[in-house]
Design a protein around this ligand. Structure first.
Ligand SMILES: Cc1cc2nc3c(=O)[nH]c(=O)nc-3n(C[C@H](O)[C@H](O)[C@H](O)COP(=O)(O)OP(=O)(O)OC[C@H]3O[C@@H](n4cnc5c(N)ncnc54)[C@H](O)[C@@H]3O)c2cc1C
Length: 485
């Protein structure tokens, strides 16, 4: 089927307004925020912007009959080439289908269509003293469909968990066009243990099993108070030890962030006025809750963390909190500016390791970076062992790209060696797919069997999550090329 015919068929089905086939339009959908997509374009043959379950079902029935690959896409902020059409075909842009259908205050739930932007939902919920806790850094851009598909989270996952904990039920269009509901999409009860947990199967499946068209979310009361503790460590080993002390005291902060030596230097270079103290590590503890508990726990943090840190400061005063948080809030930008001729690349950047091995991870990452002559800036969510490594290279320089590939490959393997995961946040997509077998072993075959059962023709976001050997060899430059242990 030629592109023109595909375009004509889709226009006949959906009307002109919902179909794009011009090269310039298609180009926009050929990449996401990943480094891999910076170097390679994955062009779709057509893009459609459906706005009803029936339209999605119609498109899927058509694609199924004609063996056309379909890739769902939210805002395209993914860092792993998840939403790019690796095998061409149709991109299903769900970002314009952005209706908040219901905010059910009495039952602490919301029902949304997939294109609703995360921050926009939270603005609506805030009017009722509620919030949806997972908090990716892309909050002002990313869609709830993308968040569910990637099981997204952020720096508050240590207390609030990831998106999966809040998804009560889904409506999903399967690759052959059948529409199903899972879990509590129809039932409103918050507790539901009836049957196999299909909701969790779709959460984190990155668009490879079906199209998420409706989401019922559990929402929470918005905390009324917040406080920040900044702690400075002259010995890196003391930082995770202080985190453990806090947990053992029965305190669960909403976020615990780390800036290591490299990140402290980057922040001070980028904004000297922030003037972070020279140290091996700085930790930022965020507490939230009711004012009395925040105050009590803040005072405990000063005592507990103060035993290991060379300096601590606690505040609940908004202006001072913002100042204490400043280093953390600019670190990503600072990382991108540490080299005048370089840029930060998103590759090997979000591994997660057990808390007890964070120091080891940071030391090993520094050693590997040195071996390959690549500058890195390390920071992350130490509270749940999610280490962000920002490699900084000249992305136009093939020699540096080649070295960065080797670095990134070792970082992914290191994560698995340390009993961690190749991704604690950004997902697998195309970029981490070559490591699926290393991380999951035989379980990859079970994933493939589930995929075949739901998507027998393999049309749903093909070439992602787990790859054939031939596909894996094509994924370079930044994912490494090995598929097995
Ligand atoms: C500046 C920045 C900061 C970020 N910070 C974080 C962070 O802190 N934590 C984090 O987890 N991620 C983060 N990300 C990555 C990304 O923003 C999130 O994973 C986000 O939730 C993806 O949403 P999206 O709408 O952009 O999805 P897309 O990138 O469009 O798609 C992501 C995946 O979901 C699938 N998909 C999208 N919609 C649907 C649907 N309706 N049905 C089925 N499949 C679908 C796609 O096929 C793809 O596999 C960040 C990205 C950027 C650029």
């Amino acid at each position: 089927m030629g592109n023109t015919q595909l375009g004509k068929d889709l226009i006949a089905m959906l009307g002109k307004d919902k179909v794009l086939t011009d090269d310039l339009d298609l180009m926009y959908y050929s990449y996401d925020s990943s480094f891999l997509a910076r170097n390679r374009k994955f062009m779709p043959d057509a893009v459609v912007t459906p706005r009803s379950t029936e339209e999605v079902a119609q498109i899927m029935r058509f694609a199924f009959t004609n063996n056309i690959p379909v890739t769902p896409r939210g805002a395209g902020t993914g860092e792993t080439c998840g939403a790019v059409p690796a095998k061409g075909g149709i991109v299903l842009d769900l970002s314009t289908w952005n209706t908040i259908e219901e905010i059910d205050i009495a039952n602490m739930q919301a029902i949304v269509r997939p294109g609703v932007i995360h921050d926009e939902l939270n603005q609506e919920l805030a009017k009722h003293g509620l919030f949806f806790p997972p908090d990716p850094g892309s909050t002002r851009m990313c869609t709830l469909g993308g968040m569910v598909a990637n099981n997204s989270s952020g720096l508050r996952a240590v207390k609030y968990g990831t998106t999966e904990q809040y998804v009560l039920g889904l409506e999903v269009v399967l690759p052959d066009g059948r529409v199903i509901t899972t879990g509590g999409m129809k039932a409103k009860a918050i507790k539901n243990v009836s049957g196999m947990n299909l909701t969790k199967l779709f959460v984190g499946s990155e668009g490879t099993l079906g199209v998420i068209t409706k989401i019922r979310l559990r929402v929470w009361p918005k905390p009324k108070a917040r406080g920040i503790l900044m702690a400075v460590f002259s010995d890196l080993e003391q930082a995770p030890a202080a985190v453990l002390d806090v947990y053992q005291d029965g305190i669960l902060p909403s976020g615990i962030e780390i800036l290591d030596e490299s990140a402290i230097k980057a922040v001070n270079m980028y904004k000297p006025e922030i003037a972070l103290p020279d140290a091996q590590a700085i930790l930022l503890f965020e507490l939230d809750g009711n004012p009395a508990s925040v105050e009590y726990e803040g005072n405990r943090l000063v005592e507990i963390v103060g035993k290991r840190a060379s300096h601590v400061e606690w505040s609940t005063e908004p202006k001072r909190m913002a100042q204490l948080w400043q280093g953390r809030s600019v670190v990503a930008t600072a990382a991108a500016r540490v080299r005048e001729d370089g840029s930060r690349i998103f590759a090997g950047e979000d591994i997660s390791v057990p808390l007890s091995r964070v120091t080891e991870a940071l030391k090993k990452i520094r050693a590997v970076a040195q071996k390959y002559g690549i500058g890195v800036v390390n920071y992350g969510h130490i509270g749940d062992g999610n280490v962000h490594t920002a490699p900084v290279i000249d992305p136009e320089n093939p020699a540096e790209i080649a070295q960065a590939n080797k670095l990134v490959d070792e970082i992914h393997r290191l994560a698995v060696d340390l009993e961690g995961s190749t991704t604690g946040e950004h997902g697998v997509g195309l970029v981490r797919a070559p490591y699926a077998r290393l991380e999951h072993g035989e379980a990859v075959n079970i994933m493939a069997a589930i995929k075949r059962a739901l998507d027998p023709k393999g049309i749903m976001n093909p070439g992602k999550l787990f790859l054939t050997e031939e596909e894996a060899d094509n994924v370079s430059p930044t994912s490494g090329s090995s598929r097995s242990a």
